[in-house]
Design a protein around this ligand. Structure first.
Ligand code: ISE
Length: 340
């Protein structure tokens, strides 16, 4: 039997997930779609799917068993709380919400429901290369992780839509989440340095150099470039006590011609993480079919929101901005190192 899913938000990522859920994956059916732009929702809705003007109506529709939210900005909080109110599993694209207060409300609602329902879209955790890297770190053959170097380069970002805060509250959250997950650690403080400004980004402040302080004492440096022009380049290397573990380069055809020997790099995140997104949804479908959620949780969404807020403060202050988390609920795993 197929899981009957409603999709809220039919922009670029929403359309990509509808394609994935209808053409790539099995055991799932998109039965409802909604968007503030109803005409766009109607245009991209799969044959037979109901189109809703109101996201609340979609969430409450009896035919919808689980929800995928790909909408933009402030609507997230209300939509998530509505899903939790009716007890339906929900996949929420990152960022989970845009304020600490909203993240705490989502955590509280899920804890009250007493079952995990929320999965947040940190797709890197589902990629085979990242999983192998984590297995090496967890295996402890290299000793304790001391530093993680993360490189996050976008060729360009959508003009007008991507604003100057977004390197820190939209792009950085992936590196922050993967660092927490790879090192099994929490972020306790953030520093941001602004190197010489690239002329390629127009009005945007680009690039950023971020330093994440982890509870264990490990340090994570992140390069965020969003106008690097050449392609979408993601690198990661963990320095441990007795060795180094790094992500491999993606396999690509080796082309040899008059310009030399070269291998193509993915153009954007949809191409770079295509398998990760597919696997992320395979696991979401399996859990949602059981009426629950696994993978990145509301706690992880909360941690990302705190990191983004601290990074924005750090960019303004030039100093180290501390993060203080509430006590981790048992529902979201073992109490964190930061538990009060
Ligand atoms: C975008 O929203 C993503 O999630 C991509 O993974 C990231 O590389 C990009 O910078 C974000 O804007």
């Amino acid at each position: 039997m197929s899981l009957k899913v409603g999709v809220i938000g039919t922009g670029m990522i929403g359309q990509d997930h509808i394609r994935r859920l209808t053409k790539v994956l099995s055991g799932v059916e998109v039965v409802a779609v909604s968007d503030i732009d109803e005409a766009r929702a109607a245009e991209v809705a799969p044959a037979g799917a109901q189109v809703f003007a109101s996201d609340k109506d979609l969430i409450r529709c009896d035919a919808v068993e689980a929800i995928v939210i790909c909408s933009w900005g402030a609507a997230h909080e209300e939509q998530l709380l509505e899903c939790l109110a009716v007890g339906k599993p929900v996949f929420r694209e990152k960022p989970m919400v845009t304020s600490e207060a909203a993240a705490l409300k989502v955590i509280e609602a899920e804890v009250t429901f007493d079952r995990r329902l929320v999965q947040v879209g940190f797709m890197r955790r589902f990629e085979a290369d990242y999983r192998r890297l984590k297995a090496v770190i967890d295996g402890a053959t290299l000793g304790a992780p001391l530093m993680y170097h993360s490189v996050h380069r976008n060729a360009s970002v959508p003009e007008g839509l991507y604003t100057s805060e977004m390197p820190l509250n939209d792009t950085l959250v992936h590196d922050a989440d993967i660092a927490r997950w790879l090192l099994s650690d929490e972020i306790t403080g953030v520093e941001v340095r602004l190197p010489r400004r690239s002329q390629q980004g127009g009005e945007l402040r680009d690039p950023h150099f971020v330093l994440l302080h982890m509870a264990s004492g490990a340090l994570v440096d992140v390069e965020i470039s969003v106008s690097i022009t050449y392609d979408y380049d993601i690198l990661g290397e963990v320095s441990c006590e007795a060795g180094i573990a790094a992500l491999p380069h993606r396999p690509a055809t080796v082309v040899t011609d008059g310009h030399g020997i070269r291998q193509a790099i993915p153009e954007d995140w949809r191409e770079r993480f295509i398998e990760a997104y597919d696997q992320e949804f395979r696991e979401w479908i399996a859990a949602a079919g059981e009426g629950t959620a696994t993978g990145p949780s509301a706690w992880d969404g909360y941690a990302a929101t705190l990191t983004a807020d601290a990074a924005l403060r750090a960019a303004a202050s030039g100093g180290l901005e501390r993060i203080k988390m509430v006590e981790k609920p048992a529902l979201h795993g073992a109490p964190s190192a930061l538990a009060a």
